[in-house]
Design a protein around this ligand. Structure first.
Ligand code: 9MR
Length: 605
């Protein structure tokens, strides 16, 4: 009956041996299939790793372990979740939840017979260096200044773009400033991987950093980024903002209050260092979106810098005047939409740099009105727009700024006039309803994050979708103190730092596998292996191959459509409007951890 031949026995024997040795070998090797926040976790917060089953081998596994980096000591064992299907790619994942383990230290996550992860930390303040680094990213983007070694370490460089000789483009000509007039418009941050400076994108960027300050002022009393201004009477966050604000002020035509859409070359520079980029630069036509975004930011800045009147005498007043004048211009020029192609038909030279075109300015009106109203307490601004025209609470982006107005109205709900106060509850309800919508269905998402529930999240600059969702969740947390919002905000930070379908940390210089070749001129041209640190890559973009035509995309699903190659400007550029929400998310989470340890305790499920 049990007549097994010698050959049969030998075969079984060798199969078992093979299985054992295979298990042994793979359990000893690093695998990129385990995706987690590569920086680590707070002791008392949620801790989740996602294991992708792209190359199989996960099906028979049940157990995961937390082990010391030498893998000699198992400190915790847990059970992998049931498989989850990724609705975007069809692939499966399993989750390893070790939230319950709270001891500080450095660990790796190991799945016996499958492999182990990069090491990560469990400790307090685990994202503070990231928050500081991401704000420092703005210092590296400064135009019109040297970055000396003292502040910029090996990424030190010469000044580029003094921007003291800017030409009025024929599209921007006025009686006071005919075409070819020279104005000075120095400072500001370079927009992205290119060296131009665009008001629309500066608007949401600067506002996000100012909002971070308004939400957590105490946290920024000791938050040094090692910039030339460190140690002065102003927090480094606001010193950084000032670098851009001073440029923005120069973009307003003093004759009428209108704001030029952008300061730009006619065409993009080559991949050279800033001091080698010496094309003529222009300011182009004034636009309604640039002028309203400017009005919003300057009204907000006036509020913030009012607290620093002694250090910056007159600045708050100048900002308010600039905002009011911009608003007046907008009222007189509501149809001044920026249309680059039409402009190029009419005027020379043709300008082919970033368009930031947006035909619908209703959200810019709402945002500017909200900021001016909160700053001046003048009901006329509130009454000028329909603040509650419909139920929508769109996620903020450079061309959709409505919710920035709602955040401000909610933040200052206790200090409004009766006119605004009567709508306060409704505004708050909308923010919370939006956060609930974001959270809904996340348990079914293959990575357990709000980011990526829909393939539509993977647009140009998807990393900012994740970060802005995080901000929306933090706004809801501020209004409700319900810790679930913070937990999901943290989940989106996990996404950015490695818990995602391609296993990259999208922040240069942070994480074991972070992007190395962003589309960023200084990072390409400086001859330094490591890219300039603290910059957020745009991230997966379903349409990237069509948009940048970079060779080498192999992915078939939107959540993986990414190339760590500098040619891929549609998936791997960096940009200030993506970095600002990263700064917000990392710093806000840190501030809440410091300020409200009790609250963050509730981050445990
Ligand atoms: O972030 C912008 C994205 O939403 C647009 O789809 C894209 C194409 O118009 O442009 C992006 O912005 C770029 C800008 O036009 C020029 N500087 C680099 C920006 C980031 O890629």
């Amino acid at each position: 009956m049990y007549n097994i031949s010698h050959i049969g026995i030998a075969r079984v024997f060798f199969s078992v041996l093979l299985l054992l040795t295979t298990n042994f070998a793979t359990s000893q090797s690093l695998t990129e299939a385990i995706r987690l926040n590569q920086l680590g976790f707070y002791p008392n917060a949620s801790k989740v790793a996602v294991v992708v089953n792209d190359s199989g081998g996960l099906d028979r596994r049940e157990i995961f372990q937390l082990v010391t980096p030498d893998r000699k000591q198992v400190v915790f064992s847990g059970k992998l979740s049931e498989p989850k299907q990724n609705l975007i790619s069809g692939k499966t994942t399993r989750l390893a939840d070790f939230s319950i383990y709270q001891r500080t230290g450095v660990y790796v996550l190991l799945i016996p017979g499958f492999g182990y992860s990069y090491p990560f930390e469990i400790r307090q303040n685990v994202y503070r260096a990231l928050a500081i680094g991401a704000l420092k990213g703005f210092y590296y983007q400064r135009a019109s200044t040297d970055l000396p070694v003292q502040y910029a370490a090996k990424w030190n460089r010469l000044s580029g773009h003094p921007d003291t000789r800017i030409l009025i483009h024929p599209s921007a000509a006025s009686s006071d400033r005919p075409a070819g007039t020279v104005i000075a418009s120095p400072k500001g941050w370079y927009d992205a991987g290119d060296y131009n400076k665009y008001i629309v994108n500066s608007g949401i960027t600067t506002a996000t950093l100012l909002a971070l300050y308004e939400d957590f002022p105490a946290y920024f009393k000791s938050f040094d980024t090692a910039i030339p201004e460190t140690g002065n009477a102003i927090p480094d966050l606001l010193d950084e903002v000032l670098w851009n604000l001073r440029w923005m002020l120069t973009m307003q035509d003093p004759a009428d209050g209108g704001v030029y859409h952008k300061l730009t070359n006619a065409r993009f520079d080559g991949m050279v260092m800033p001091d080698k980029a010496t094309q003529d630069r222009y300011v182009v036509q004034k636009s309604i979106t640039a002028t309203l975004d400017f009005a919003a930011v300057l009204a907000q800045a006036s509020r913030v810098f009012r607290n620093y009147n002694r250090a910056l005498p007159g600045l708050a007043d100048s900002c308010q005047t600039a905002a009011v004048n911009a608003w007046k211009w907008a009222q007189q020029n509501p149809n001044a939409v920026y249309k680059q192609n039409e402009m190029n038909v009419q005027f020379d030279p043709d300008v082919v740099t970033g368009g930031y075109e947006d035909r619908d300015s209703s959200d810019e009106w709402l945002w500017a009105a909200s900021e001016l109203y909160v700053t001046t307490k003048d009901d006329a601004y509130y009454a000028a727009v329909k603040l509650k025209s419909d139920e929508k609470m769109p996620l903020p982006s450079w061309n959709q700024v409505r919710s920035l107005g709602y955040y401000t109205l909610a933040r200052f709900s206790g200090a409004l006039t009766p006119l605004g106060r009567k709508d306060s509850e409704l505004v708050k309800e909308r923010i919370v309803a939006f956060a609930n919508e974001l959270i809904q269905g996340t348990d079914k998402q293959a990575f357990g994050t709000v980011m990526g529930k829909s393939a539509r999240d993977y647009i140009w600059g998807s990393s900012a979708v994740a970060a802005n969702q995080g901000i929306a969740l933090i706004q809801a947390y501020q209004l409700t103190k319900d810790a679930k919002y913070l937990r999901f905000a943290l989940g989106n930070l996990d996404y950015l730092l490695g818990r995602n379908a391609i296993g990259y940390s999208f922040v240069t210089g942070f994480g074991h596998k972070s992007v190395m070749h962003p589309h960023h001129r200084p990072s390409v041209a400086d001859g330094i292996t490591e890219p300039v640190p603290g910059l957020l890559s745009g991230g997966p973009n379903g349409n990237a191959p069509k948009q940048d035509k970079c060779a080498g995309y192999t992915a078939t699903s939107a959540d993986e459509m990414f190339l760590d190659d500098s040619c891929s400007y549609a998936s791997n550029e960096i940009a200030i409007n993506w970095n600002a929400p990263l700064v917000y998310l990392a710093a806000a989470i840190e501030a809440l951890q410091v300020k409200q340890t009790v609250e963050i305790n509730k981050l445990m499920k």
